[in-house]
Write a protein that binds this ligand. Structure first.
Ligand code: 2PG
Ligand code: MG
Length: 400
């Protein structure tokens, strides 16, 4: 596959903030485009993000022009070329966002050349040893109540998610989720006496002040029971705890907690809410001991690394091997290329760590992650509330 030309265009994400779209053209006159989302609660080891001005500077374009006219046999060889061209540890020269845009567009071009669906192509390219299912039925991680940095309310926890089992049919499950999301809205309107539209956070979940960090769990558990969904809906949290960690303490519910105290808080939440299955980033990325202390004391629950592992195969290996995580978030833009994201997935699978392919809080219309999830038969798919721009990912899931 030879790249004839490319462009880097400024577009805006779901928060109206600047991000990049990368287009590449081939000698047959075809063009392939990909756009890159943006995170707000970011891990410190994520690939660097260049703003549009630097991304499209004469210097950067000149450097990137080295991809033109070259023949790359695989996504991996293309990505390796980009990595060499960048030459830095965290992709700050070319920009991890720019590199990912190239990498996804190249994968799309290759899939087209092979006459394959993107998921089929990615499967052959990276995940040959994993059986490719005709219908992928991931657990959908849907964030229905937003807090933390994603909302303007008093919740320290960033995301209160329902985990929807789709094994009995994806479309029906999505329909149930939409119904559940709407009935949650009705309930919250009554409970908080809000006559008009409810305020929502960055990922489409409702954003209100609650009595404490666990009141949303009571509301969600009760509603799941009331709607007879206890068999197919569970609960999950993304604490994004780096955002409330300061000076070796967690500022949680207005109190300063030690790692041990926060661990106890989570352990009692698991007891109090039997539907609670997973907690993502329960502790700061600089506090892996916290993860270990909780994971060693629970059975059948999932502790998920996100800021801790930043879609990096060595970090996944490191934290899986010390017993800090048994689940991991995969966000291609944390890694900066498709092949590095794929290798983080493989690293997780090798160690029995469940992979959850995830969006970012600032999203674009790009639905690449859905194909990546199917290609790797990932356990979960985290794509926000079934509303507004988030709906694009749900619809792509129905398509593939
Ligand atoms: C997270 C993500 C997505 P952000 O923390 O998991 O939900 O948020 O994209 O802001 O990092
Ligand atoms: Mg997270």
């Amino acid at each position: 596959m030879v790249i004839k030309d490319f462009l880097i265009r400024e577009i805006f994400d779901s928060r109206g903030q600047s991000t990049v779209e990368v287009g590449i053209s081939t000698k047959d006159g075809l063009a392939f485009y990909s756009s890159v989302p943006s995170g707000k609660s970011r891990g410190s080891k994520e690939a660097a993000v260049l703003d549009f001005k630097s991304a499209s500077s004469i210097k950067n374009i000149k450097k990137l022009s080295a991809v033109k006219g070259q023949n790359f046999a695989s996504v991996k060889s293309f990505d390796d070329f980009l990595l060499k061209l960048d030459g830095t540890k965290n992709k700050k020269a070319l920009g991890g966002n720019v590199m990912l845009g190239f990498s996804m567009s190249f994968a799309r071009a290759k899939a087209f050349e092979a006459g394959e669906e993107l998921s089929e192509f990615l499967h052959k390219e990276f995940f040959k040893d994993i059986p490719l299912k005709k219908e992928w039925s991931p657990v959908i991680f849907s964030n229905l109540i937003n807090g933390g940095e994603h909302a303007e309310n008093n919740l320290d926890i960033q995301e209160y998610m329902v985990l929807v089992d789709t094994s009995k049919g994806v479309k029906n499950s999505v329909k149930k989720l939409i119904y559940f999301y709407d009935s949650l809205g009705d309930l919250l309107k009554k409970k908080f006496r809000i006559p008009g539209i409810l305020p929502i956070g960055d990922e489409g979940g409702y954003s209100l002040d609650f009595k404490d960090n666990f009141e949303p769990m009571v509301v969600l558990s009760d509603l799941i029971k009331k709607n007879g969904l206890a068999g197919s809906f569970r609960l999950g949290l993304d604490a994004a705890a780096s955002s409330f960690y300061s000076g070796n303490r967690y500022i949680f519910g207005g109190r300063k907690l030690t790692t041990e105290k926060l661990a106890d808080t989570y352990l009692s939440a698991f007891k109090k809410f039997p539907m609670l299955y997973s907690i993502e980033d329960p502790f700061s990325e600089s506090d892996p001991e916290g993860f270990c202390s909780v994971l060693s004391r629970v059975k059948g629950n999932m502790l998920v690394g996100d800021d801790l592992t930043v879609t990096n195969s060595s970090l996944v290996e490191k934290y899986a091997s010390i017993g800090a995580i048994n689940g991991v978030i995969i966000k291609p833009n944390q890694a900066g290329t498709v092949s590095e994201a794929a290798s983080a997935i493989l690293s997780a699978r090798l160690r029995g760590v469940k992979t959850v392919i995830s969006h970012r809080s600032g999203e674009t219309e790009d639905v690449f992650i859905i194909s990546l999830g199917k290609a790797s038969d990932s356990y979960g798919l985290k794509i926000g509330s079934p509303t507004r721009e988030r709906m694009l990912k749900f619809n792509e899931l129905l398509r593939i």
